[in-house]
Design a protein around this ligand. Sequence first.
Ligand code: C2E
Ligand code: MG
Ligand code: MG
Length: 558
Amino acid sequence: MNTVPHFIVQISTDGTLLDFIGCRDSNVVLIPDIILGRPISDVMPSLALPIMDFAQQALPAGEIRKFESDFRYSINDCSYEVKLFVSGPDKILAIVHDITGKEADALQTGSHAYQDSLTNLPNRYLFQDRLKNAIAHAARKQRLIALLHIDLDNFKRVNETLGYDAGDRLLCSVADRCMTSLRKTDTVTRFITEDTESLMARIGGDEFTILLTEITKVQDAALVCKRIISLLSEPFIIERKEVFITASIGISVYPSDSDDMTSLIKHADIAMNQAKKQGKNTFQYYSESMNTSTLERFSIENKLRKALERNEFMLFYQPQIDISTGRVIGVEALIRWLQPDLVLVKPGQFIPVTEETGLIVPIGEWVLRTACAQNKTWQSEGIEPFNMTVNISGIQFQQDTFIEMVAQSLYDSGLDPSYLKLELTESCLTKHSENSIKKMNLLKGMGIQISIDDFGTGYSSLNYLKRFPVEILKIDRSFICDIATNPDDQAIVRAIIALAHNLNITVIAEGVETKKQLGLLRGYGCDGAQGYLICPPINPVSLTQFIKERMFATSSKM
Ligand code: C2E
Ligand code: MG
Ligand code: MG
């Protein structure tokens, strides 16, 4: 390895060379006696400006503090790493390190500590090092930096369908194309004297990051993103096949989004996830509001993690009636979260978070166990048995242990499986369909009925009604709410009922709020109804009361 010229000088804040402390390289000809007391610009002309520039910022007039920082500086093909220490009220110690060719050497000697071996791009560590320097430099020069976090969309699919070798080749080609977008920075002003330059790194499997140090306005980053997205839109030829890939890109900007490295990286990542949520193949700037919603989410997530062990969940039950007789045929269990500050949170506000985090699995198990046990309790209290309907999230249903968990819950509660209905949504059926059919048949074999929730709002593939062992279908509230006035909704509801009946499926209407709606549904031959008209979701004690009153009312009518 080359010897690295390395010299240490002491300079006053007005630029006079006070002392020459040492030099480790004989090629650097500096004769201390002659140069002492002369301006540093005479002695090290190429480095004087950046050093003084930095040093003067480091030590405001009259202030004494110890300061340590470093920066890189390139001039004529040479690179220097400069470490500055403020050593007294008017003295700066500069340790100048000539690092010309050092990085190239490191790569040649096989040191891969800073290089990604697949794409030959810098890796995460080198990237962070450069980013730190770029921030320090931008701070001094009052410049902007943009950080792009690129994540390929559905890259896993490439690995799964074409194999890992093809996946690797695709990653290399993607890296090449993105680099092209950096080289042609025609619309972006370049500062050739910068000590840092735009840099692309691979920071993980299909994740890349780009540091743009050359931008003059925040919008410049979007130009680069657009160019990347457009370059990626052309097919890649891998193993003589055309492969298509898109990317989602998040942008964070120094100093508006943050002035520290860790937050800039984090913010670009948050923005990237936002781009994914917007449907992928797009870019998104980080924004404060985005952060707030993420923070809120984190706070909900943390609270949710503790909620189960602290027993903060409870189940409300909403009755379902047989439209023709008015009798209660069952109840739907609907989760509520009673937070320690006694705020009652509805599932719409936290179920999506539990699904994203996987917390839905233990929480869903708690729901099923509690609902089964409650129904058994009602039965043993002598109330005429009715069905218990439990909502099952797709993620829960996909668990390998799902069937086992259901069987165990039934066994532990002692509830007869014929009193349990599981409610799935349409999307849950259209994905993973072969495995879903198998599971549903197992459930059916156990004596449990499957109900399709929110029918009409998902994919509404009529085909699955035939293929899946579905016994109950619930028409979504959105079709019911205007049924009294909207002929289209009337037509849709009638058609759904007719279709379901032809397939031997029972139909329950959700969200029935008025007598008019109930009357129409009765006229259409709808089997069951659920909604505020009959009863809102209520706690178990109130439900016991409701059932007893209702049983009395319906039996006395007969
Ligand atoms: P869902 O299963 O479709 O439940 C019906 C929702 O409609 C309930 O909202 C219920 O309170 C509401 N509702 C019932 N009747 C009426 C009405 O007449 N008018 C109006 N405007 N609304 C009515 P809720 O309890 O807020 O639950 C929302 C959703 O959260 C549920 O929709 C279900 O998808 C999900 N959910 C609830 N509990 C659980 C659970 O234990 N596990 C899972 N995975 N999801 C659950
Ligand atoms: Mg439901
Ligand atoms: Mg529903």
